[in-house]
Design a binder for this molecule. Structure first.
Ligand SMILES: Nc1ncnc2c1ncn2[C@@H]1O[C@H](COP(=O)(O)OP(=O)(O)OP(=O)(O)O)[C@@H](O)[C@H]1O
Length: 904
């Protein structure tokens, strides 16, 4: 038993020990599991925390970007609104008072009265703390969103409607003052008139604008005159509708946009508290509210109830954020303070001064049709173009046709005569193409006023209609004659064509010959009194030709415009009543005398920049007052001219420019350029440029015949050398290398350089001076008396022939050459430094002068030339710089003035 008990104990012990081992194992595993679980739990917890953090950051980031987007979107919209407002209210219309100054604008703008208070972005103000609050969520250095721009509160007045101010009286007064000042500051002085009605304060409400009263930019009506004011304004509206808009336009704004004209001022009536209106006043007010704005009549009403309506902006004046404008809906408005007193006074004074100085210029554009309408008119029966507006706002049209055919313009210096001509030509040039209308322009004034129409160094364009421009012609009256002769020739061409087609005037000729070149011609001669000054042959010929052109040009489409500072003193004109009568279109600038009829004094009281246009020889009933736009601005003119010029075909020729102040160049002479080396038996020596419409060269033909020598007379070395150089070069150009012989002899050291220069230009030319000229003369005298003419011509150019050395023997030889040489093809082209010295060479006072068949006189008086001039008289010649008198007895009836070619 004991054994079995022991056995049992052992078994139990073993069992217990086993159980203990198992339990310990289980405990160890459980502990391990617990450790694992704890680790896992901690990991999971850490991950969860990190995710929460990340989600928070992502949420914050998202929130931040949504806020930023919203802010920038709002700022963008506000910026766009501010930009639009800037465009709608540029310069003085929208500038804040701190930097405000008047800036007249080309068209009416909206006017600022305060600031629109746009909704604040949620990021701003109260919501600020919600911006990223944790340091890691806000990037260092990131830009704060820009503050929302200031969006002005604008109201429309000029060319749009009326403004009614209600609410706080004092703030309302500031609004009225701001509106008025901005309206005045954005319009050109004088183009806006203010009429004040202030029964309570008797004008005190507009006291700051008082400087405008003396110049009538501001007028007040009496407390009991509201009815009359409204009646007057209604009357203006009716007149403007009837005569200015005339059914063609629905408003002045439309008229302005279409024609660039603004013939009527804006009239702004400020009604400050009117009490009760009677029925008539109410009706008239309603009419104005309905119809005034189209005619530039606008009302600013303060302290009077006006029901809302189209075109009426209602401003509710209130402090803080309580103000409103009807076009702004519910958006609150913060009103600007009233304009600073100093700004107000200074601006009003400035405007008053400008108005007192006279009306502001009107731009040339107001005369021009739209570009797409240019060159549409036909000149078959005449040319008609506006010259400006009448004081009543209607356009004043000026015509040249069968009646009136020609115009006389007068205006004392500085009254705008040249400007009027520019404006008229511009107005015509825009309407008629160059095929319909051609201009010939001559200005006898010193200066270059017509030069703008021709290509210049700075601007290569020209006015396409212009065929001829003469500037600086004050000393070259002959150029006036040349123009008249040219027009006379054109008149004959037209008359012949008319005869051929059996018609009597240009309109019929054009109908019969549609392919012909028959533009109307308008020839303008500014300061034409210079042409008719003096009792000489130039004046006589000019008046005769003018009379003929004026009489017959009418039906052939040739129109003359003569302009002068003072026509009253032009004897040659008033001595020919028949001539004056043809100039039935009269244009008088302020204070012009005698151009209108005797009793017609309209020009005496004309304001600046105005003219009286009278198409009926100055009869008072035909007066039309016109305000002439300014055509003086070179840039504007140039833009206009370029536009027309670009329409010309590429190969169009520029107009002929005659500038009396510049020396022509031989190299530019078409006659010189066309010379060919054909060994002609009748070579022509060119001498200088003729004063002519075409740039022709004066010439003397040196054929084999007695007397075919040329003498240049006078002491002016440079000019004498220029004439001889032209003659020598042009002759040389007509011969092959051996075709002619040239010899140059020079006896004046001052001329030596020029003589040598010519010598260098002519191949194989002989050179002689005092030391060896005897060889030349001996040889030449022998040739001159030979039995047969030489086989080639010999041209002897003598510089200072009067200083020929060699005494009597040499003198005799030279005489022989002069008398007999030309028949044997020996020609002398000599320079004598005086007409008497030439006479001495020829053998003294009783000698014959016919060996000198042609001469060019420089500083030699007409009377000294008598022996070399046919008939009893002497040519009418007073020396003037760089001009010469040319006479060739084989072709001329009288001498002609020429311009030596510059040395180049
Ligand atoms: N209608 C106008 N509007 C604005 N400015 C004008 C107008 N007419 C003339 N002027 C200006 O007045 C000045 C004198 O004008 P303009 O040269 O045409 O006068 P004028 O009578 O031809 O004088 P002058 O004979 O001395 O040349 C110029 O500066 C010109 O720009």
């Amino acid at each position: 038993m004991a054994e079995s008990t022991k056995q049992q104990v052992m078994e139990i012990r073993a069992g217990l020990s086993h159980a203990l081992g198992v339990a310990e194992n289980a405990l160890g595993r459980a502990r391990h599991d617990e450790g694992t679980a704890v680790t896992r739990w901690e990991r999971i917890r850490a991950a969860a925390e990190s995710r929460v953090r990340k989600l928070g950051a992502a949420r914050d980031e998202r929130l931040r970007s949504v806020t930023a987007w919203h802010d920038s979107e709002l700022a963008g919209l506000a910026g766009a609104a501010a930009g639009a407002a800037d465009r709608a209210a540029p310069g003085a219309a929208g500038e804040t008072w701190s930097s405000w100054e008047p800036t007249p604008l080309p068209k009416a703008a909206e006017l600022r009265i305060g600031r629109l208070l746009l909704p604040e972005p949620p990021g701003a103000g109260a919501t600020e703390p919600e911006r990223p609050g944790r340091p890691w969520q806000w990037e260092e250095g990131a830009e704060e969103p820009a503050p929302a721009p200031d969006v002005p509160a604008l109201v429309q007045l000029l060319d749009h409607g009326h403004v009614v101010v209600q609410g706080d009286r004092k703030l309302g007064d500031d609004v009225v003052a701001a509106l008025l000042l901005r309206a005045l500051g954005t319009s050109t002085p004088g183009t806006l008139q203010v009429i004040g009605y202030d029964p309570e304060h008797l004008g005190g409400g507009l006291a700051g604008f008082a400087p405008l009263a003396p110049v009538r930019v501001l007028t007040f009506v009496a407390p009991n005159a509201l009815g009359k004011l409204l009646d007057d304004l209604v009357g203006e509206v009716r007149r403007i509708n009837e005569t200015v808009l005339a059914g063609e336009f629905s408003s002045l704004r439309e008229l302005h946009a279409a024609t660039n004209r603004r013939p009527e001022p804006w009239r702004v009536a400020v009604l400050l508290g009117a009490g009760e209106l009677n029925r008539h006043e109410r009706t008239q007010l309603d009419r104005l509210l309905r119809t005034g704005a189209a005619c530039g009549v606008h009302l600013i009403v303060h302290g009077l109830t006006v029901p809302p309506g189209p075109g009426i902006e209602c401003v509710t004046a209130a402090p803080g954020d309580e103000a409103r404008i009807s076009s702004g809906g519910d958006l609150p408005v913060r009103l600007d303070p009233g304009p600073p007193q100093q700004t107000l006074t200074a601006t009003c004074r400035q405007i008053a001064e400008a108005v007192a100085a006279g009306p502001a210029p009107i731009a040339l554009d107001s005369l021009l049709p739209r570009p797409e309408q240019e060159w549409r008119e036909s000149s078959a029966t005449g040319v008609t173009a506006p010259l400006g507006d009448s004081p009543q706002g209607t356009r004043v049209l000026v015509s040249l046709s069968d009646y009136p055919p020609h115009a006389l313009i007068a205006g004392p210096s500085g009254t705008g005569k040249t400007n009027l001509i520019y404006a008229w030509l511009g107005s015509l040039a825009a309407r008629y193409s160059p095929a319909e209308l051609a201009f010939y322009l001559l200005d006898f004034k010193e200066g270059v006023s017509f030069a703008r129409f021709a290509p210049g160094r700075r601007d290569q364009s020209w006015l396409p209609h212009v065929r001829l421009v003469g500037v600086n012609v004050n000393t070259d009256r002959e150029f006036g004659l040349a123009l008249l002769r040219f027009l006379g020739a054109e008149l004959r061409r037209r008359a012949d064509a008319a005869k051929q087609h059996e018609v009597t005037n240009l309109a019929e000729l054009r109908a019969e010959d549609p392919g012909g070149d028959w533009p109307r011609i308008v020839a303008v001669v500014d300061e034409f009194q210079v042409l008719l000054a003096g009792r000489d042959s130039v004046t006589n010929e000019a008046v005769d030709m003018l009379e003929d052109l004026a009489r017959r040009g009418r039906s052939q489409g040739i129109h003359l415009i003569l302009a002068s500072q003072d026509v009253s003193g032009i004897e040659a004109l008033w001595g020919r009543p028949a001539l004056v009568a043809q100039f039935s279109l009269r244009i008088a600038l302020p204070r012009a005398r005698r151009v209108l009829a005797e009793q017609n004094t309209a020009a005496e009281s004309l304001p600046r920049y105005h003219a009286v246009v009278n198409p009926d020889s100055g009869a008072t009933e035909a007066n039309q007052v016109v305000r002439v736009p300014s055509a003086g601005d070179r840039d504007r003119w140039s833009t206009f001219q370029h536009r027309l010029w670009r329409r010309l075909p590429k190969d169009s020729l520029p107009p002929r420019l005659f500038d009396g102040d510049t020396q022509p160049r031989l190299a530019d002479s078409p006659d010189f350029r066309s010379l060919i080396a054909d060994d002609s038996p009748a070579p022509a020596a060119l001498l200088g440029e003729t004063i002519d419409v075409m740039s022709r060269s004066a010439r003397t033909v040196l054929r084999r015949a007695p007397g075919r020598n040329l003498a240049v007379l006078g002491t002016r070395t440079e000019e004498a050398c220029a004439v001889l150089a032209t003659a020598g070069r042009s002759l040389a150009a007509q011969f092959a290398r051996d075709g002619a012989r040239f010899s140059i002899a020079c006896f004046d050291p001052d001329a030596r350089a020029a003589a040598e220069a010519l010598h260098a230009r002519i191949p194989d030319c002989g050179w002689y001076d005092a030391s060896n000229v005897d060889w030349l003369l001996e040889d030449a005298a022998a040739e001159s008396t030979a039995a047969w003419p030489a086989d080639r011509p010999h041209f002897i150019l003598l510089y200072a022939a009067d200083a020929l050395p060699g005494g009597k023997a040499a003198g005799d030889q030279l005489r022989t050459v002069l008398r007999q040489g030309p028949e044997r093809r020996l020609h002398v082209l000599g320079w004598w430094r005086g007409a008497g010295l030439l006479r001495d060479t020829l053998g003294g006072p009783s000698s014959r002068t016919d060996p000198i068949g042609a001469w060019v006189a420089l500083d030699v008086h007409g009377s000294e030339l008598a022996p070399f001039y046919p008939g009893a008289g002497a040519p009418n010649w007073y020396p003037r710089p760089w001009r010469a008198l040319h006479f060739d007895r084989s072709v001329h009836r009288g001498a002609e003035v020429i311009i030596p070619y510059g040395v180049s």
